[in-house]
Design a protein around this ligand. Sequence first.
Ligand SMILES: Cc1cc2nc3c(=O)[nH]c(=O)nc-3n(C[C@H](O)[C@H](O)[C@H](O)COP(=O)(O)OP(=O)(O)OC[C@H]3O[C@@H](n4cnc5c(N)ncnc54)[C@H](O)[C@@H]3O)c2cc1C
Length: 394
Amino acid sequence: MQQHVAILGAGPVGLDAALACADAGWPFTVYEAADTTAAHVRAWGHVRLFTPWDLNVSRRMRAHLPSAPTGDDCPTGTDLATQLLGPVASLPAFEGRIRYSTRVAAIARTGLLKHEEIGTDTRAAAPFTLLLDTPGGEATAEADLVLDCTGTYSHPNTLGPGGIPAPGERALADHITHTLPDTEDPDRWAGTVLLVGAGKSAQTAARDLATLPGTRIEWAVRKPTPDWGAVPDDTLPGRQHLVDTSQAFADGVNDRITVHTGAHVRALHPAGDRVRAILATDEGPRAVVCDHVVALTGYAGDASLYRQLQVHECYATGAPMNLSAALLGSAGGDCLTQPSAGIEALRNPEPHFFILGAKSHGRLNTFLLRTGYQQIDQFAAAYADAPTLLPAGA
Ligand SMILES: Cc1cc2nc3c(=O)[nH]c(=O)nc-3n(C[C@H](O)[C@H](O)[C@H](O)COP(=O)(O)OP(=O)(O)OC[C@H]3O[C@@H](n4cnc5c(N)ncnc54)[C@H](O)[C@@H]3O)c2cc1C
């Protein structure tokens, strides 16, 4: 394959994709919105992963960087970025290949509108045009194949019932934190925190905020009897510990945390410098006046990037349809044991356009780095024998 590959995002999966291109000798460019690699991972750098180094380093990364950490220790996000992803991005194979501070704003098939040339070779042969926001202003670039590895962390879900913003939420946006609290500076979180969500991010936030003596936590959890995503006989101790800690909080072991189960945010109102939240709970409405709102209700990737492409999104998860069907078919299990979906599940109606990494799972929170690295294996194998980018079977 001699055509140019555009990789969107220099997170762990984008970098692994770039290594696959380098290994295969395919020309590629990585476009990264931030001024550094792995910007999302760095944003939650204080958080310890629950997967160990051996699961977090891809086989390509290890081959190129034999000094990459090994073993059962679980790194923090900062460890992952500084000890693995930064050094990977500095490999000679990446010389001049990563364009930092370059956000991809939109992608189109050059000269073709979304509804034109449906499933034809003409569409498959047309290059892509990328609209770029660069430090010097807007620019465009062309590519023959696009891998969207832009993740989800900068697109948080909202707080209200059914996933729409709660009344008052948009006006009070400045008071709401959507990232995991860094508790290094206890004063930052002094007072009362309204924590919303029940996934691993919210569980991590509850555990960390509970260590701060000057912080009181009102934790709103939507399910009446949450199972905290417990996996029977969990082989990942870090993950099990979060589940156990959350259940202990719900059982009332810490008098600085109140867990409101069966609760959602009905409205937010300004209360001087503070926020007055109305929670709907099984026992009726409750008012909580707080100094901080920490909303950890999940993330979903930015679909606007590929709005002009022929992408069939699942109406429920937002993930590409085939992959979503495969994931939903195996839902409920441990993400560690989820079978790899395969290249056909990763394909879109838009030829040579792939959504990979955390973004590929849409609203499902089952993504692990290991899954992303398997996706790159599948992409690389599928194109290894393709001298051109004609569709399979053409
Ligand atoms: C708090 C937290 C803990 C996690 N813990 C684990 C764990 O223990 N084990 C595990 O396996 N997984 C874990 N995950 C899940 C997952 O592995 C990570 O989210 C991982 O970072 C996903 O990698 P990625 O490369 O797909 O995307 P990201 O790491 O999100 O990288 C996307 C990159 O794209 C860039 N970007 C975004 N938009 C654009 C654009 N328009 N143009 C150009 N660049 C753009 C971003 O700046 C970023 O650098 C965790 C996730 C979170 C949030």
